[in-house]
Design a protein around this ligand. Structure first.
Ligand SMILES: Cc1ncc(COP(=O)(O)OP(=O)(O)O)c(N)n1
Ligand SMILES: Cc1ncsc1CCOP(=O)(O)O
Ligand SMILES: [Mg+2]
Length: 226
């Protein structure tokens, strides 16, 4: 069967792609060029990228689209998938490889329609407990973002800390979908998240806010190189 352009780009194994998942936008890069931060992080071992242009000072309109386009170019050059957070229209405009939406975002859309709209692209959905994870599976999610694993200063409206035990509870409850932990994850904290059953870790500040994003990403990718 002939694949669409998006499907052809993603014949790779999603569990492999989720290992070191960098999530960020310009507000997370400490005034540095996000493209340079992303490039360094990819060199360190980042396997998937989500453009999340959110928080104080986030770019809007054309500037936001232009930055997304530049970061998409970095990902294409490196051969890693590019996901857009929240903004369905931007994801379509940039021909992104996928979209990540949260529970609050999901409430705004017809779920069936959302899966159809991103047919052939990666659909990630956030889940905070096994019931939300089951609902995300029903919505046709390709992967889950489970969190917050630990305390985070990056997302002021994050739900209460769930801890790696939540991932173990999801796995024990029969959730076998590819899954990453997110929220306050450091290289030290990543081990418990992976041991609980995650395929990878999604990280904002510990990579994009690091003095050396390449070295930070390298530390996250170490458990996968053994
Ligand atoms: C991989 C991943 N997991 C969870 C989230 C959080 O999504 P959401 O709950 O919609 O919160 P915002 O990121 O939109 O503030 C994520 N972005 N990525
Ligand atoms: C987007 C998101 N969703 C749950 S916690 C969080 C923030 C993660 O950022 P950090 O890795 O800096 O704690
Ligand atoms: Mg969201």
């Amino acid at each position: 069967m002939t694949k669409t352009a998006a499907e052809a780009r993603y014949t790779g194994n999603l569990r492999e792609m989720l290992k070191v998942y960098l999530v960020m936008g310009s507000p997370n890069c400490g005034g540095r060029d996000p493209a340079a931060v992303l490039q360094a992080a990819i060199e360190g071992g980042v396997t998937l990228f989500q453009f999340r242009e959110k928080g104080p000072g986030a770019l809007q309109g054309q500037e936001r689209t232009e930055l997304g386009n530049r970061l998409l170019g970095v990902c294409r050059q490196a051969g890693i998938p590019f996901i857009v957070n929240d903004d369905l229209r931007l994801a379509e405009e940039l021909e992104a490889d996928g979209i990540h939406v949260g529970q609050e975002d999901l409430a705004q859309w017809d779920r069936e329609g959302l899966r159809q709209r991103f047919k052939g692209r990666i659909l990630g959905i956030s889940a905070h407990d096994p019931a939300e994870a089951r609902e995300a599976v029903r919505c046709g999610a390709d992967y889950l973002g489970a969190g917050p694993m630990y305390a985070t200063a990056t997302k002021p409206d994050a739900r209460a800390v769930q801890g790696p035990g939540m991932i173990a509870a999801m796995r024990a409850g029969g959730i076998s979908l590819p899954l990453v932990g997110i929220g306050g994850i450091t290289p030290e904290g990543a081990a418990s998240v992976l041991a609980a059953g995650a395929d990878g870790v999604a990280v904002i500040s510990a990579i994009s806010g690091a003095d050396d994003p390449r070295e930070a990403a390298r530390r996250f990718s170490r458990p996968f190189r053994r």
